[in-house]
Design a protein around this ligand. Structure first.
Ligand code: UDP
Ligand code: MG
Length: 320
């Protein structure tokens, strides 16, 4: 029998976790002929009754596993912990605890990864129902920016909701960075992804755990983690300042030529100031280039990721 692990990050989800379990269990039992499923609930330092509800579920259902954090580390950390445990399964799913990710979609997702040769089946939302306008506008802008300036492409509507083959999760775990931005990581590792359109549902109960500050930090992590552009900005400013200094100089010379009694002290002074500024900024830019390389190396990402091979050198780590 094939195995499926469902990773569910939960943070203060006491109002919805039981509902989630009941609804997902129906889907899981419809799959039970072919797949043996296990839940991996990751309690991300909840301060409400989430953990005790999980313990209760685990008592009656041996397929319920839980990992509870010492404090709130954020959804990224929760997903990582869940995947680390779940990499032993053939297929690994991730879904939110608030039922915004319809468990019934798991059936389709499994079909794509198990029978149709995809490595990942992931949900793409068709709307942003149940989300504030400000939040959707901001996130739309964020994805525009990050796609323009970084090496990866993240679809604005891509969600964390997905089922992956073991090898994909292994690749994700091989990304050793500590500041994790899963949407970037999922895109960076590549593989053959089937996108499934998914209508966003309203949260079944409880409230969103993403404050505006948390979202800004998330966006910042994404941009800093996936592009070195900010480090290079000073180089561009330096170039700009150099042009301004040149313009001031030319302006002074032309004015002097046209009006012989023109005092060119000011344009020359401006030219000198901008010139010094441009030299400084360009050297900061050079430092930025070095720093960017150190940063890239320090992230210590794998240089490549193997998806398939017929050689015997390569084993998926989880199978050794
Ligand atoms: N979550 C988490 N840690 C956090 C914030 C959220 O584990 O610090 C979980 C949360 O319990 C839920 C999922 O991540 O299962 C998505 O969170 P939420 O529904 O609040 O986000 P939204 O859908 O509003 O973007
Ligand atoms: Mg939600």
């Amino acid at each position: 029998m094939k195995t499926l692990g469902l990773v569910v990050p939960c943070y203060n989800e006491q109002d919805v976790i039981k509902m989630f379990y009941d609804e997902t269990s129906k889907v899981v039992s419809s799959l039970s002929g072919e797949y043996s499923c296990e839940y991996v609930f990751v309690d991300d330092g909840s301060t409400d009754k989430t953990l005790s509800i999980l313990k209760m579920l685990a008592q009656t259902d041996p397929s319920v596993k839980y990992i509870s954090f010492s404090r709130n580390f954020g959804k990224e950390a929760a997903m990582l912990a869940g995947m680390k445990y779940a990499v032993k399964f053939d297929y690994i799913g991730i879904l939110d605890a608030d039922l915004q990710h319809s468990p019934s979609l798991l059936v389709d997702m499994l079909r794509y990864v198990d029978q149709e040769g995809y490595d990942v089946a992931a949900a793409k939302r068709v709307d942003r129902e149940g989300e504030s306008r400000l939040k959707s506008k901001l996130s739309e802008k964020f994805y525009k920016v990050i796609n323009k300036i970084s090496e990866i492409t993240i679809s604005e509507s891509a969600q964390d909701f997905r089922i992956m083959q073991k090898k994909v999760v292994q690749a994700v775990l091989d990304m050793p960075e500590k500041i994790r931005f899963s949407k970037g990581i999922f895109s960076w590792v590549g593989f053959n992804v089937k996108w499934i359109e998914h209508e966003n549902r309203e949260r079944a109960a409880g409230q969103t755990k993403w404050s505006i500050t948390k979202l800004f930090k998330y966006a910042f992590d994404g941009i800093i983690g996936y592009t070195n552009l900010p480090l290079k900005l000073s180089f561009f400013c330096g170039g700009l300042f150099f042009l301004v200094s040149l313009a001031a100089l030319v302006f002074g010379i032309v004015m002097k030529a046209v009006h012989p009694d023109y005092s060119w002290a000011l344009p020359i002074l401006l030219a000198a100031m901008f010139f010094i500024g441009s030299v400084l900024l360009m050297f900061v830019g050079v430092l930025g280039e070095y720093l960017a390389r150190v940063y890239t190396e320090a992230k210590d990402r794998p240089v490549y990721i193997v998806s398939q091979t017929n050689t015997i050198q390569y084993y998926l780590k989880g199978e050794e």
